[in-house]
Design a protein around this ligand. Structure first.
Ligand SMILES: NC(=O)c1ccc[n+]([C@@H]2O[C@H](COP(=O)([O-])OP(=O)(O)OC[C@H]3O[C@@H](n4cnc5c(N)ncnc54)[C@H](OP(=O)(O)O)[C@@H]3O)[C@@H](O)[C@H]2O)c1
Length: 258
């Protein structure tokens, strides 16, 4: 996820004010990532913490305790922390950092890498106003950015953090089926991508609800309504509801790992 953010920010004018540096768990993976992202990457977390004003925590939620614990004393109220860790609350992070650490909890998604992301942020009480504006401005470079209360984070995670994977899964099955129906393999992927992109753009720009847009393309006894009938008879609404609820539940459970 951190790589997606770096990629998205690499060509932004705003990000030129910052110097990027990252760590990984080993010298080997650091070297590899440095080559890919074209930024300095090493595996010395203490050095990174000492040398940085803003730290982005982007390890798996299960790893956060083990990764931060040896360095608790290196944090202070001047080091801004942005945590991307799903489920992990600001109050539980405070226990591993300085008690006055300014902490932003952030849930981004991978389309950030092409500046088409969605991010939600929540800030700890002591978060300095100027730093808050700077963090919001940085994420706004990468797509839609909203501030929400922490109580909404798990639902947001399910919808927008996990959502791209659900769309990719659907796109994969559309591609497979399109191929099996005889559409040329080389064309299927761009066709599916453009169909999804165009449909999303209509939802975004037409000022119509998805339900209205759907009705508008369903002429009675037409081909579209036949397909829609199948989706409804197979309980698409329930499938999606159960999907988001499962992800929200898991995001919540990840928060209990600290
Ligand atoms: N993936 C998403 O779409 C998404 C969306 C929103 C939020 N998030 C959140 O973003 C976080 C990262 O997820 P991810 O999918 O990007 O995980 P990931 O691909 O496994 O990346 C984790 C990174 O942390 C590094 N790391 C592991 N242990 C370390 C240590 N001791 N010191 C320094 N670096 C260490 C890993 O380096 P090595 O390669 O050397 O192991 C790797 O570069 C998670 O907390 C997740 O909840 C993810």
């Amino acid at each position: 996820m951190a790589s997606a953010i770096v990629r998205g920010l690499q060509h932004s004018a705003l990000a030129k004010r910052y110097q990027f540096c990252a760590t990984t768990s080993s010298a080997k993976s650091a070297q590899k990532l440095s080559k890919t992202l074209k930024i300095p990457v090493h595996n010395d977390n203490a050095r990174l913490i000492r040398e940085s004003d803003i730290l982005v925590l982007a390890v798996k939620p299960q790893q956060i305790k083990e990764v931060l614990k040896p360095f608790t004393l290196l944090f202070d109220q001047n080091k801004v922390i942005i945590s991307l860790c799903a489920g992990i609350t600001i109050s539980s992070l405070k226990k591993l950092l300085h008690k006055k650490s300014p902490i932003a909890r952030c849930m981004p998604n991978t389309p950030l890498s092409i500046k088409e992301g969605v991010s939600a942020l929540s800030f700890s009480k002591a978060f300095p106003r100027k730093s808050k504006q700077a963090v919001l401005a940085l994420f706004s470079e990468l797509g839609l950015t909203i501030e929400i209360s922490e109580s909404k984070f798990d639902a947001f995670t399910a919808l927008c953090g996990c959502g791209p994977a659900f769309v990719f899964e659907i796109a994969h099955h559309l591609e497979q089926t399109a191929k099996s129906m005889g559409l040329p393999s080389s064309l299927v992927s761009p066709l599916v991508a453009q169909m999804l992109y165009g449909s999303s753009a209509l939802i975004k720009y037409s000022n119509k609800s998805p339900q209205t847009l759907c009705q508008e393309v369903c002429s009675p006894k037409g081909a579209t309504i036949e397909g829609i009938r199948v989706l409804r008879s197979r309980q698409i609404a329930q499938i999606l509801q159960t999907t988001l609820q499962a992800s929200r539940k898991r995001a919540h459970a990840l928060g209990k790992l600290l």
